[in-house]
Write a protein that binds this ligand. Structure first.
Ligand SMILES: *[C@@H]1O[C@H](CO)[C@@H](O)[C@H](O)[C@H]1NC(C)=O
Ligand SMILES: *[C@@H]1O[C@H](CO)[C@@H](O)[C@H](O)[C@H]1NC(C)=O
Length: 222
């Protein structure tokens, strides 16, 4: 008993220093600390991080597994049979972690979380990459999403014209209001932000221009 107690004390300070508590803000602007609202798709171009799930959302949404359940509630699921198409992209969210590969990539599931993403892989559809702002210099816990609408497989999964704005707006439209999956019910509110991304196509992958809007979603488990 005594040795257990001593071991506990010995472990405590170490645990403390490893865990940076979430900071009670919606998100930090990556550009304020050396990051960017464009991810890195290679060739010095990137996809816009055009949706942010606020760090003020319920904690149960702000983990990889929590987000995957939420994503299923709004029509996205893991990739077809776990088959991954294309290389990972990375992002620097200005949180002190530098460039980090996407946590996960999800596709529109056409109403079937198990096999629908296979259909997306064939006929195209909406698609997202997830990055989590959780580094030691900016632990908002916010989820940054690069959302884009893709062509079908014959077109090699390139982005449709205006595909970033369309992808963002379709995801937001599916998310706003009350949704549920796996016994969890979500209430989602949206707000459009300007000034994080410049409008236009400078630095944007495939040269597809955007309107520069980032949609902030606050998701509450009800
Ligand atoms: C991302 O993953 C690729 C492939 O696994 C790897 O080569 C690359 O170094 C990773 N990039 C970062 C920033 O971790
Ligand atoms: C955000 O902007 C897009 C594009 O103008 C619009 O379609 C959408 O309804 C807006 N969303 C909100 C919450 O204002």
């Amino acid at each position: 008993m005594v040795s257990f107690f001593l071991a506990f004390i010995a472990v405590l300070p170490c645990t403390y220093s490893l865990v940076t508590p979430r900071q009670g803000v919606a998100f930090f602007n990556p550009a304020d600390n050396g990051g960017s609202m464009l991810d890195n798709a290679g060739d010095e171009l990137g996809e816009p991080l055009n949706v942010i799930i606020s760090g003020l959302s319920s904690a149960g949404v702000l983990t990889e597994s929590g987000f995957e359940n939420y994503a299923k509630a709004i029509g996205f699921s893991t990739e077809c049979l776990g088959i991954h198409i294309g290389g990972p992209q990375s992002a620097n969210l200005g949180d002190g972690n530098g460039f980090v590969n996407q946590t996960v990539e999800l596709r529109q599931d056409y109403g079937d979380p198990d096999l629908g993403t296979c259909l997306e892989s064939l006929i195209g559809g909406n698609h997202l990459r997830l990055y989590i702002q959780n580094g030691p210099e900016g632990n908002s816990g916010a989820l940054f999403l690069a959302v884009s609408k893709e062509e079908d497989a014959a077109e090699g999964h390139t982005i449709v014209p205006d595909g970033y704005d369309i992808g963002r707006d379709e995801l937001s439209a599916a998310a706003i209001g009350t949704t549920s999956f796996g016994g969890v019910t979500y209430s989602t509110a949206a707000q459009n932000l300007t000034g994080l991304l410049p409008p236009g196509s400078a630095g944007v992958n495939h040269g597809i221009a955007t309107d520069g809007i980032t949609t902030l979603l606050t998701v509450t488990i009800v």
